[in-house]
Design a binder for this molecule. Structure first.
Ligand code: HEM
Length: 397
């Protein structure tokens, strides 16, 4: 249970002094996500602290133009459409589907790596599995040369650490470290985009660099902020979905056992996990473009609005027995991947990654058990997930 969210839902729109308007009930959040009077545009934002899926501007705000996550229509729609072209209909199911074998290979390789350590009495599912997996996936999707993948792991880690307000996080990873990482990543990607523009291959960077059609092509800067968005938005979120997923399954051994015998059960399990333990707990970066009335409260123009997705997912007015983890739940329109025009662009990929990861871990780990419950969490109010997930098992098939 999330007692704080339960308390919050008693006042669907809460507001204190200069703070944001915090919306915590399912139907109100859902309707605001579809309301054009609520802006995601970075330039309308007051400084409100937490950053959701990674602000790519440097301290002067000059490195990269905003990605489509932080734009309103029409720019949002134009860039998302152009990005979608290689990803989306009619290609999307193929592109993500085509990657299935590749993803399966990555999952097996990581589990084999754990076998090679010979240490079954203490496995960290974050460091040894969930953390490296999504970075490799994005690299394959973008078409990063294999030999450069290790550099991406370092950049992704540095960028993620710089978004983490945890005072215990390694201070060398903050400030200058993350600035350097952003600069290096930007320069690396810009070089690759230029190269692919001249010499396109069958990968997403080439598609972004050479896109044409009614919207024309992306500029190098737009392609750069889009590829950085894919890396940042698709990384820690997926790590947390897998880790929260294993944690939840280890706490519900009957569900884990069912998954072990039936890998197709991963599909409803992942949906229920996105409701029950969503990696993105809240969307703190919205601004009202005019006065908006919600649940009898007038949110004035220019106000900052926080949408508490995880609270909406536990709203008893929407879900029966919301605090119960139930993979057999019917009618599960959760808010875990957002909704409306900004709803998660990488959703099909995220689902596939988590389904494969969880079903393979369930199949291969013999008698897995938690060594710490609860585990230590990352101190981040937006992205929820354990920093480490130590487990033990009797063997690995
Ligand atoms: C947007 C969650 C994985 C790319 C979002 C949003 C959520 C979300 C809640 C809405 C943001 C908003 O409305 O402001 C998640 C979760 C994931 C995941 C929980 C993993 C389990 C991915 C992956 C990718 C990705 C793998 C890319 C390959 C994006 C992008 C957006 C987005 C580009 C912005 C969409 C837009 O502004 O139109 N995601 N995401 N996400 N996500 Fe994901």
């Amino acid at each position: 249970p999330y007692p704080l969210y339960e308390e919050l839902r008693k006042t669907p729109v809460s507001h204190d002094g200069d703070g944001p308007y915090v919306v915590s009930t399912y139907y109100d959040i859902h309707s605001l996500l579809h309301d054009p009077r609520i802006s995601s545009d970075a330039k309308n934002l007051k400084a409100t602290g937490d950053d959701l899926l990674g602000d790519q501007s440097d301290e002067e705000g000059t490195t990269l133009p905003p990605s489509f996550l932080k734009l309103d229509p029409p720019d949002h729609d134009r860039l998302r459409r152009m990005t979608n072209r290689p990803f989306g209909p009619p290609h999307a199911p193929h592109r993500v589907h085509d990657m299935r074998d590749e993803l399966g290979g990555l999952v097996s390789g990581l589990i084999d790596g754990i076998v090679e350590t010979g240490q079954m009495d203490r496995i960290d599912l974050v460091d040894q599995f969930a953390y490296p997996f999504p970075v490799s996936v994005i690299c394959r999707l973008l078409g990063i040369p294999r030999e450069d993948e290790p550099r991406f792991h370092v950049w992704a880690e540095t960028l993620a650490a710089s978004l983490d307000p945890d005072p215990d996080a390694d201070p060398t990873q903050r400030g200058k470290g993350s600035m350097d990482a952003r600069m290096e990543l930007g320069m690396y990607l810009a070089g690759l985009i230029e190269e692919r523009r001249k010499n396109p291959g069958d990968d997403m960077l080439s598609q972004l660099a050479t896109a044409d059609g009614p919207d024309g092509a992306m500029t190098t800067m737009e392609a750069l902020s889009t590829s950085a968005l894919l890396l940042i938005a698709g990384h820690e979120t997926t790590v947390n979905l897998i880790t929260n997923g294993m944690l939840t399954l280890l706490r519900h051994p009957e569900a884990l056992e069912r998954l072990r015998n039936d890998p197709d059960l991963a599909i409803p399990i992942v949906e229920e996990l996105l409701r029950y333990e969503p990696p993105v707990q809240l969307l703190p970066q919205r601004t009202t473009l005019s006065d908006v009335e919600v649940a009898g409260v007038t949110i004035p123009k220019g106000a900052s609005v926080w949408l508490m997705l995880a609270s909406g997912n536990r709203d008893p007015k929407r879900f029966e027995n919301p605090d119960r983890f139930d993979p057999d739940r019917k009618d599960i329109q959760h808010l875990g991947l957002g909704s409306g025009i900004h709803s998660c662009f990488g959703a099909p990929l995220a689902r596939q990654e988590a389904q494969l990861a969880l079903s393979e871990l369930a199949r291969r780990l013999e008698n897995p058990r938690l060594l710490e419950d609860p585990p230590q969490y990352r101190q981040n109010s937006v992205l929820r997930g354990p920093r480490h997930l130590p487990i033990a098992c009797d063997g690995i098939r």
